[in-house]
Design a protein around this ligand. Structure first.
Ligand code: C2E
Ligand code: MG
Ligand code: MG
Ligand code: MG
Length: 277
């Protein structure tokens, strides 16, 4: 085996063990309405809490997990864990906000996914309006009918869908309109990173915002880091944002402190200040 193949294989073996040994954990990054700094939701982001290597970022194992069945196990764990947390917030009378989870394309093609989601929601007795699913554009385009069917069944339960990393994939605009499968467009951070300095990028982002409005969808910007980006987005009718300017992804207990406060102030400063905090 070459070095790369060996690394993939070893990561798969370790990851399988990690799932059994409960080494996965979720961080929560707030979604904020910049008009009043209100926390309007959160995205659950998975981390691997490795006994020796510490907290491993999603990018370092999700892509490998996606090559095998492991990604489905991770996704199902994230679904259950998130519903459990939502039920706990209700029990403790915390002012719950919707949590979005990232679900990999392939999951919709296997078994009865809508049935699983329905069962998990019932098992924890949660309000389906508090759960959202983020999917990427490629998952929509491949196996269109099967995926669309699954999404429609899950939407009928009252769960909303976002199109993650919007702009980086191959979405057919006509497709979005035709099936009304998606509630929210989530503009990818690679576009947001350049709206301050690149007039073409800002034109593209404006057109994404208008597209969402025109199709009667919500819109959110991810990866917002600077005051300039935040101003551009609020000025152009996209006040709901997620990014380091407000907060990095947080441990559950830290996110719950924010949840009780209900709002959060932007950290005004350069992107590097924010990253180092
Ligand atoms: P994503 O779903 O697009 O998540 C947003 C990523 O952007 C997160 O990285 C988040 O930490 C990062 N981010 C947030 N604000 C900023 C910012 O202001 N600047 C910059 N530069 N980055 C920001 P993370 O947590 O490392 O996750 C990376 C990707 O891994 C996610 O992208 C998602 O595609 C995948 N992922 C994470 N958790 C899960 C999961 O539970 N299941 C699956 N299937 N994929 C996941
Ligand atoms: Mg996401
Ligand atoms: Mg994204
Ligand atoms: Mg991404």
């Amino acid at each position: 085996m070459d070095i790369e193949a060996r690394h993939v294989f070893q990561t798969e073996v370790d990851l399988k063990k990690a799932i059994r040994q409960n080494e996965l954990t979720l961080l929560f990054q707030p979604k904020v309405n910049a008009k009043n700094n209100a926390i309007v939701g959160a995205e659950a982001l998975v981390r691997w809490n490795h006994p020796e290597r510490g907290l491993i970022p999603a990018d370092q194992f999700i892509r490998i997990a996606e090559k095998s069945e492991l990604i489905d196990e991770i996704g199902d764990w994230v679904l259950k864990q998130t519903c459990k947390i939502l039920a706990d917030w209700t029990k403790r009378k915390l002012p719950a906000v919707p949590i979005s989870i990232n679900i990999s394309p392939k999951r919709f093609l296997k078994g009865d996914y809508p049935g699983l989601v329905r069962n998990v929601i019932r098992r924890w007795g949660i309000d389906p309006g508090l759960l959202e699913i983020e999917i990427t554009e490629t998952s929509l385009m491949e196996n269109k009918t099967v995926v669309t069917d699954a999404i429609q069944q899950i939407r009928q339960l009252g769960i909303k869908f976002s199109l993650d990393d919007f702009g980086t994939g191959f979405s057919s605009i006509n497709y979005l309109k035709q099936f009304r499968t998606i509630d929210t467009l989530k503009i990818d951070k690679s576009f947001i990173a350049k709206i301050d300095e690149d007039p073409q990028m800002s034109a593209i982002v404006k057109s994404f915002i208008m597209l969402a409005k025109g199709l009667d969808m919500e819109v959110i910007a991810e990866g917002v880091e600077t005051a300039g980006q935040l101003k551009f987005l609020t000025d152009n009718d996209c006040p709901v944002v997620q990014g380091f300017i407000y907060s990095k992804p947080l441990f559950l207990s830290d996110f719950e402190v924010l949840l009780r406060e209900g709002e959060i102030r932007p950290k005004i400063g350069s992107a590097t200040d924010i990253m180092e905090n």
